[in-house]
Design a protein around this ligand. Sequence first.
Ligand SMILES: NC(=O)c1ccc[n+]([C@@H]2O[C@H](COP(=O)([O-])OP(=O)(O)OC[C@H]3O[C@@H](n4cnc5c(N)ncnc54)[C@H](OP(=O)(O)O)[C@@H]3O)[C@@H](O)[C@H]2O)c1
Length: 334
Amino acid sequence: MKVAVVGATGMVGEVMLKVLAERNFLITELIPVASERSIGKQVIYKNDPYTIVGMQTAIDMLPDIAIFSAGGGTSLEWAPKFAEVGTTVIDNSSAWRMDPTKKLVVPEINANELTTEDKIIANPNCSTIQMVLALAPLHKQYTMKRVVVSTYQSVSGTGVKAVQQLDNEIAGVKGEMAYPYPINRNALPHCDVFEENGYTKEEMKLAREPQKILNDKTFSVSATAVRIPTAGGHSESVNVEFENDFDLTEVRKLLHETPGIVVQDNPDTNTYPMPIYAHDKDDVFVGRIRRDETQPNTLNMWIVADNLRKGAATNAVQIAEYLVEKQLIKALVS
Ligand SMILES: NC(=O)c1ccc[n+]([C@@H]2O[C@H](COP(=O)([O-])OP(=O)(O)OC[C@H]3O[C@@H](n4cnc5c(N)ncnc54)[C@H](OP(=O)(O)O)[C@@H]3O)[C@@H](O)[C@H]2O)c1
């Protein structure tokens, strides 16, 4: 596969190169791409240096797959141009997620919807992926009615500028601000921009994307997204009301048997998921599994994952792996 990694100099792009190398994705030619200001710089893939090229140069090289992690505007402008020359685009931005003509894919849940016709495929939001992976097997078994989620999101979810802001604040150095307030020793109930309904865009992604991924509008999600000064991954407190009652042992078993999920749940040994341990792992960790004692058929859980891995790069590479395995890429269609 000739693979373009668009946004190769960014937080997600850097992890993307790492994940592609670790999983030994079949790459015959790697094309790292970033903005005009990075052309000529180098990135490392499998210990070798590769030179960053611009968008048009990458298109002219006719890649089989382009994995975009370069923001919504870049994606809206450039993804169709890659698709036009036959490249399959897997996009990490929010640009195409709710477009009814584009698939929104978490491979463990709905990769089977993909066909050779899908030229732009959307990767869900990081906080959605980890939540929906845990909800999917429970929804199948007990039928969700309503989810209430509060997130505790890492600064790495905002990109390199936000990580720099936190590092500067810890070091006591003045620098560019990615957030409107200090983030060190703080919690900002503000992830992404505010929408007209008073919710942030991140909160509305958590509300809308699970319905599309699970292809079901009969349940609803209410979200509050909060940025905290962690670096390893996003955490979520999730309260789920089901139509049907559940058994906690069966809930743990269902989660344990779900590919990509690791159950870490033992109050006797203080075992529960935390971002410092989820960091650099591909799994989604679930713990604090308990019954909500204030109303029937309702469950509480704590879900943690590395937002740059399963929340972005790993999920995108898993989609690419599925496309190759099922021969859904132009070069492989017989
Ligand atoms: N961080 C996360 O946890 C996460 C999770 C899921 C999805 N995402 C999505 O992934 C995307 C990247 O996020 P990030 O956190 O990696 O951001 P980031 O660290 O700020 O990196 C942005 C990348 O995009 C490139 N870029 C910017 N404008 C471009 C243009 N006009 N043409 C080509 N490349 C351009 C940048 O290149 P230069 O270095 O040349 O500026 C850089 O490589 C965003 O859409 C974000 O919503 C992020």
